[in-house]
Design a protein around this ligand. Structure first.
Ligand SMILES: Cc1cc2nc3c(=O)[nH]c(=O)nc-3n(C[C@H](O)[C@H](O)[C@H](O)COP(=O)(O)OP(=O)(O)OC[C@H]3O[C@@H](n4cnc5c(N)ncnc54)[C@H](O)[C@@H]3O)c2cc1C
Length: 384
């Protein structure tokens, strides 16, 4: 069986890994577009605190989070995953009561969140925080490096025989894949493996238009661009980009490896990574396909971040990132078969690093004609 996967973000990479592990001949194609969400994602894995009234969303994120420890051992490399815990903070302790009730309600079915406790002095765990905050500690929350997850999945898929091609893919009305390759070789393949991969096999030259990638089934995991890709098939799926701008800083001389994730009831979150790296994010903007860092966006993130954690005033800005979260306007996420030959898996919005590897697993099951590991009816395509 041959499967083409369009998009090598966290979803497509996971699908390719699962399929190649089953002996399927997999070709992954990616256009290395600016604004790939997986490149910008903060890395918070804490599903229990959101979607109080949306069970479908909650279940997908919870199941994704639950599988991370197994994913870490299966990949056998450092993907930045650590159970650092989360501090849910508020100025007025009353604001924390609804979230406490939600966590207590969910705890019996999700004991992996750990036992929730009150924290009298949050700055003892996250020193730059301002005084006077109340906090609840959720010890099971984790952070992960989205880029590292994606690259590790791709490396493992290639090791299992998957082929990775750089270029822009379009679907034809019969569910075929046309690929326009980039003139300067295959940079993505080199960066993920360190060396050029094997010569592509499953493709046929189709004149000037590009090459046709031969496949029995196609998985569209093209993130915010999935609607564009599916248009060639004659199917409209309302997937749109939601921009997020985020700042990486360094608190020189301070080890931030084990700092907890800080989640205020509104406004920006903070989390630490190994070394002295600290992440402040993110904006939530419906700005179309405009993957740019803006002065207003960075100002918004930094101003709110400093109000929450004035101790970051002297932190050094290391880089800014911007990504386009894929949002499915017609429902929750979109994981479904569009035709006999085409599966789509996208729309993970702000939870794609949490649910992405699991969503790729579901897409792989659909491509193989197997039953998915959870009921996916809440994520079905709703014709517009
Ligand atoms: C600022 C920010 C913070 C976030 N923080 C978190 C967080 O803390 N926790 C969490 O769980 N989630 C978070 N997310 C969400 C998460 O990053 C996304 O939901 C997830 O990365 C989406 O993955 P994806 O594979 O669907 O899409 P993408 O990563 O965007 O991948 C899609 C891929 O498809 C390729 N592509 C598109 N069209 C074509 C085409 N025609 N031909 C070939 N290739 C194509 C693109 O180049 C791209 O590589 C955050 C997102 C942002 C932007």
């Amino acid at each position: 069986m041959r499967v083409a996967v369009i998009g090598s973000g966290i979803v497509g990479a996971a699908a390719a890994w699962h399929l190649s592990g089953r002996g399927v001949s997999v070709t992954v194609v990616d256009g290395a577009f600016s604004g790939r969400a997986t490149d910008a994602g903060a890395g918070i894995v804490c599903p229990w605190v959101d979607h109080p009234d949306d069970d479908a969303w909650y279940r997908l994120a919870r199941e994704g989070a639950r599988r991370y420890p197994d994913l870490v051992s299966a990949l056998g490399e450092d993907i930045g995953y650590a159970r650092v815990g989360a501090l849910l903070v508020a100025t007025d302790p009353v604001e924390l009561e609804p979230i406490r009730a939600l966590l207590l309600r969910r705890h019996p079915e999700a004991p992996e969140m750990g036992d929730i406790t009150d924290v009298a002095a949050p700055s003892a765990l996250f020193p730059p925080l301002r005084d006077g905050l109340s906090a609840i500690h959720v010890p099971g929350a984790a952070r992960v490096d989205g880029r590292a997850v994606r690259d590790a999945l791709l490396r493992a898929a290639i090791h299992q025989g998957a082929d990775l091609r750089t270029g822009t893919a379009t679907l034809t009305p019969d569910g075929g894949v046309l690929l326009r390759t980039t003139p300067d070789g295959d940079p993505l393949r080199r960066t993920t493996t360190g060396a050029p991969g094997p010569e592509p096999s499953a493709e046929t030259q189709v004149g000037e238009a590009g090459v046709r990638v031969e496949a029995d089934v196609v998985i569209v995991a093209a993130g915010a661009w999935s609607g564009e890709v599916c248009r060639g098939l004659g199917v409209e799926i309302p997937v749109s980009p939601r921009r997020g701008q985020i700042v990486h800083a360094a608190v020189d001389g301070v080890d931030t490896t084990s700092w907890p994730i800080v989640l205020p009831r509104s406004g920006p979150y903070l989390l630490g990574f190994p070394g002295s790296r600290l992440v402040v994010g993110a904006t939530v903007e419906d700005a179309g396909f405009s993957p740019y860092v803006t002065i207003g966006g960075i100002h918004e993130v930094l101003a709110a971040g400093l109000r929450l954690a004035p101790g970051l005033d002297g932190a050094r800005v290391v880089e800014t990132r911007v990504g386009l979260r894929p949002v499915y306007a017609a429902g929750t996420a979109l994981i479904d078969r569009l035709t006999d030959r085409v599966v789509v898996a996208t729309g993970l919005g702000a939870y794609g690093l949490t649910a992405g590897p699991f969503t790729g697993q579901i897409a792989a099951a659909l491509a193989l004609g197997e039953s998915p590991p959870i009921d996916i009816s809440p994520y079905a395509h709703i014709p517009t």
